[in-house]
Design a protein around this ligand. Structure first.
Ligand code: PBG
Length: 330
């Protein structure tokens, strides 16, 4: 017997040489929750995560950046009284997100600040788009009307200084409309990271608890994708690329590694994957029960997402994973 694959595993040094995939803090995007209150708050539905007040947000973002994480993405908890059927707060230039973007860019000009473009935090109905109610109580999430409003929201974020706007709404045609709006207003340099293949997933539950943004009626299956489909993901990514997306995303990540791998083959754009709240919490819960080694499982999950083909990973572990990578000596 002379073919012995174990030779390539015989020592840490050889394993480092043979490693095909490596995690790096520069791969991560840190999601950060922000609210208008004065105190940072622990998030009950998302243990280990914080709803930051503006000061805390700026401090946390600076620490995350210092660990080598290049970008943060903001999610606002909007006060219930500001949520309206028309979601007008979504493009208020003095709203929470524009204030947060300005504070972050002033304190950390080199940090990449990404904003989420969708109506669910602002919409009294909790849907990502505008909702039309029929007399029989059934609802429709309007596409073209929503796209107009999303363009205003994206422009408002760009005016505040966002580096990247990230439509997570899954309306048809929104990337082209947002690109047009940004270019018309001289924001050619603001990038679009599109949630191109976003599935109607039960793994988003804890996130919706964090923002109080669960849909009041119905579900999101008329706009988010059917978890059964992968060819459709390739179609969605192709459309967003043609419409001018600079980067595309698959979401969730862990249960959709095949989608990440297939999409990787079909686009030359940077590909992001979002390890969502439910994925994070399943690891945290198992670790808290002593059933798994949380750090090892978290890092293996992130490595799996990267090995499947993701270049970038949005993850609630971004800060901790960057710290762990630092401890391991890179
Ligand atoms: C909504 C949005 C959601 C997430 C990010 N943006 C929830 C949803 O689509 O209902 C989920 C993120 C997570 O679960 O971590 N625009």
């Amino acid at each position: 017997m002379y073919l012995r694959p174990r030779r390539n595993r015989k020592s840490p040094a050889i394993r480092a040489l043979a490693a095909e995939t490596r995690l790096d803090a520069a791969d991560f995007i840190q999601p950060l929750f922000v609210h208008a209150g004065r105190e940072d708050e622990a998030i009950e539905s998302l243990p280990g995560c914080t709803r930051w007040a503006l000061d805390g947000l700026v401090r946390e973002a600076g620490e995350v950046q210092a660990l080598g994480v290049p970008a943060v993405v903001l999610f606002p908890a909007i006060a219930a009284e500001l949520k309206t059927p028309g979601a007008e707060e979504a493009w208020n230039p003095d709203g929470l997100v524009p204030r947060a973007v300005r504070a972050l860019k002033q304190a950390h000009p080199g940090l990449c600040v990404i904003t989420d473009v969708a109506l669910d935090p602002y919409n009294a109905d909790g849907h990502d788009g505008l909702v039309q109610r029929a007399p029989d109580g059934s609802i429709e999430v309007l596409n073209d009307e929503t796209v107009e409003v999303l363009a205003r929201q994206a422009l408002c974020h760009a005016e505040a200084g966002a580096d990247v706007v990230s439509p997570s709404d899954m309306m048809d045609g929104r990337v082209a409309r947002i690109r047009h709006e940004l270019d018309a207003e001289d924001f050619e340099d603001v990038s679009i990271l599109s949630y191109a293949a976003k599935y109607a997933s039960a793994y988003y539950g804890p996130f919706r608890g964090a923002l109080g943004s669960a849909p009041k009626d119905g579900d999101k299956k008329t706009y988010q994708m059917d978890p059964a489909n992968v060819r459709e993901a390739i179609r969605e990514v192709g459309l967003d690329e043609a419409e001018g997306a600079d980067m595309v995303m698959v979401k969730p990540a862990g249960p959709y590694l095949d989608v990440i791998a297939r999409v990787r083959e079909t686009t030359t754009l940077p590909l992001a994957a979002y390890q969502v709240s439910g994925e994070y919490l399943m690891i945290e819960a198992a670790a808290a029960s002593g059933w798994v080694d949380g750090r090892a499982v978290a890092m293996e999950s992130l490595l799996g997402i990267k090995r499947a083909g993701a270049d970038l990973i949005l993850t609630y572990y971004a800060r901790r994973a960057a710290e762990w990578l630092g401890e391991a000596g890179g």
